[in-house]
Design a protein. Structure first.
Length: 572
RNA sequence: GCGCUCGUAGCUCAACCGGAUAGAGCAACGGCCUUCUAAGCCGUAGGUUACAGGUUCGAUUCCUGUCGGGCGCGCCA
């Protein structure tokens, strides 16, 4: 049982004993240090329901509250808040128990089978900064859920199908026949641009491209082979980016649009059999009552074009059915741009209506904001293009290398390069993960590549301070008895004890920024402890306790950053 | 036109589903390295939470309206 669960249960019992059996306890970490460690706000609501005086009810609740050996102090404040200060010994025991557990107290719960759809780049082009959010938010969620004991299945729903692949394969044939090596596939972006230009300028080529689409989707062996070659190159590029970003996606996780090609006709046939489909102007359309506007007009959801072709609306239905029926998931997460919100609502509603999924499965669109430019308008470079992801990572590592050379120039260059990699990539990822995912995303080199304040390097720096202490200390007992007597020690121990509750929140709300905020607070509390409480200069059991507290902090910080896909360093 | 979403310090962002005096970082100003890494710590200043109503003990949070940004709405994904 976590600290929050324990306190909630005890306050609920006390409320029941005081005559409010069904009142929610509303326990949460205190908003200010003066209010103790936790506050229970449920009394006011309960008093209102019972039509009694909240202060009097609070007194009854406090009298009934069983927190022996848990809390040091329980006070009533304001209109009926109950402020709880936890006992140092309780915090010490809680932290010690967590540290003895590989899951840091986050396991032992009912696990779910969760499919997470994330990253999902279009393989026609190189990955650009717009792919960052889905990739790292999804990866962090996959790690957190796995850590908590869920069975996570990653699905990289790459864009590997559709009209542009006809154009690209046709162009591949052309360039090779012409022996134009300068258009080799190692520059995917340039290759795409050249193909697009050719498509726009030459009607003959455009016709050939359209013919290739038909051949590709019809299973033509030669065109399929060209297509496969293109995909191999593009996927290799993605994998290089994933490796560099420390993102746990492999080729085994790829389940692209093309994988559902053979199911699409069946999806439409099933929808028709259920009487859900209407033909309109030659297209097969589903109208859903759930999406009517005030005039009573239903939103159209096209599942088949008038030329017989299918759309992503169809393949998403096929994927939905696959993830439920074949993968047997009971939770589906789609880490996709918020602009597709309506689309996913339609997919979920229609999928349920068509029986592709049932009520036992949770479907969640883990939406994130649109990337904007520094002027607050939709993002574009001066040339109207996009910034490649590798360019961002190059710049991040370059700046980090400059900084580490300035701060710690005595280190050998290879070491500084290695540090710059971890710091630079960490900064980029943290800058993104630390923002609420639903807010629009402003792309800015400086804020994204900052190394001060609430940034990954700050957290990594705190870790190096811990590591430095361990180096100087030599052998010590990581599990020595904790005696968090000083305020800074108490605050740090409290923070550590809250780790399981925090991860539960991240899992429930699918919000990695909660974890960032937690780790920042952890690092801050450690830094204060570091300033206020000498470790190596202390003696006897105090020294042993502080070393063990550092060890617990280091373990939690490293684990937490690891769940964000961010590495730590022993020195930087 | 309809729908979704957002509007918080000069800037970038929080605020744990209605709780106490709205918190951080950056930028500004002032302190702290002979002592475990100063990428740090401490302090000062900075707010009519876009605006107007409403709901109640209590609203950044919920409801209505207005203004403003972004996005989405039948054959791209």
């Amino acid at each position: 049982m976590t600290v929050h669960e324990l306190l909630s249960a005890r306050v609920a019992e006390a409320l029941a004993a005081a005559g409010a059996p069904d009142a929610p306890p509303v326990v949460q970490p205190s908003s200010k240090p003066e209010f103790g460690d936790y506050q229970a706000n449920g009394v006011m609501g309960a008093a209102k329901a019972l039509k009694t005086n909240p202060r009097e009810l609070a007194a009854k609740v406090v009298a009934a509250l069983q927190l022996d050996r848990i809390a040091d102090k329980v006070e009533i404040a304001g209109p009926g808040f109950i402020n709880i200060t936890l006992a140092d010994s309780f915090l010490a025991d809680t932290v010690a128990r967590q540290q003895a557990d590989v899951r840091l107290g986050c396991g032992a719960r009912q696990s779910a089978k969760v499919v997470i759809d994330y990253s999902s780049p279009n393989l026609a082009k190189e990955m650009h900064v717009g792919h960052l959010r889905s990739t790292i938010i999804g990866d962090a969620l996959a790690r957190v859920l796995t850590f908590r004991g869920d069975h996570v299945i990653r699905q990289n729903h790459v864009g590997d199908w559709g009209t542009q692949f006809g154009m690209l394969t046709a162009f591949l044939v052309e360039t090779e026949q012409a022996g134009r090596d300068e258009l080799a596939l190692d520059d995917l972006e340039g290759f795409y641009r050249a193909a697009k230009q050719r498509f726009d300028e030459d009607a003959g080529f455009a016709d050939r491209a359209r013919d290739y689409v038909v051949k590709l989707q019809g299973g033509d062996v030669r065109v399929r082979a060209l297509w496969q070659r293109f995909l191999d190159v593009s996927l290799a590029h993605c994998e290089a980016v994933y490796t560099r970003l420390n993102v746990q996606l492999t080729r085994d996780d790829v389940m692209g649009e093309s994988a559902y090609n053979d199911d699409l006709a069946q999806v439409v046939a099933d929808l028709k059999a259920l009487g859900l489909v209407t033909e309109d102007q030659g297209a097969q359309v589903v109208y859903l009552d759930e999406f009517r506007n005030k005039e009573g007009e239903a939103q159209a959801y096209i599942v088949q074009k008038q030329d017989g072709g299918y759309l992503y609306s169809t393949s998403d239905l096929a994927a939905l059915r696959y993830r439920f029926g074949k993968l047997h998931a009971n939770r589906l997460l789609y880490v996709v741009d918020a602009r597709q919100g309506l689309h996913f609502q339609q997919v979920f509603v229609l999928g349920r209506k068509a029986g592709f999924i049932d009520g036992s499965i949770a479907t969640e669109h883990v939406a994130f904001g649109t990337m904007m430019g520094e002027d607050g308008k939709p993002f574009k470079t001066r040339a109207g293009g996009t910034i490649k992801l590798v360019e961002l990572l190059d710049e991040a590592e370059r700046r980090a290398f400059e900084l580490v050379s300035e701060k710690n120039g005595d280190l050998p260059e290879a070491k500084r390069r290695a540090i710059a990699h971890v710091v630079g990539i960490g900064a980029v990822k943290y800058a993104d993960l630390s923002k609420h995912r639903t807010s629009d995303y402003i792309f800015d080199w400086n804020t994204m590549l900052s190394f001060e304040g609430n940034t990954a390097p700050y957290l990594q720096y705190a870790y190096t301070r811990m590591a430095s202490i361990f180096r100087a200390a030599g052998e010590f007992d990581r599990h020595a008895r904790l005696l968090p007597a000083e305020p800074a020690e108490h605050a740090l121990a409290l923070q550590l004890a809250q780790f399981p509750d925090l991860l539960a929140q991240v899992s429930a709300e699918t919000c990695p920024h909660f974890l960032c905020a937690y780790l920042y607070q952890l690092a801050t509390r450690f830094s204060r402890f570091y300033e206020a409480c000498p470790v190596l200069k202390a003696e006897g059991e105090v020294r042993a306790s502080r070393l063990a507290l550092c060890a617990a902090a280091a373990n939690t910080l490293k684990t937490g950053l690891g769940l964000l896909g961010i590495e730590v360093l022993d020195e930087m």
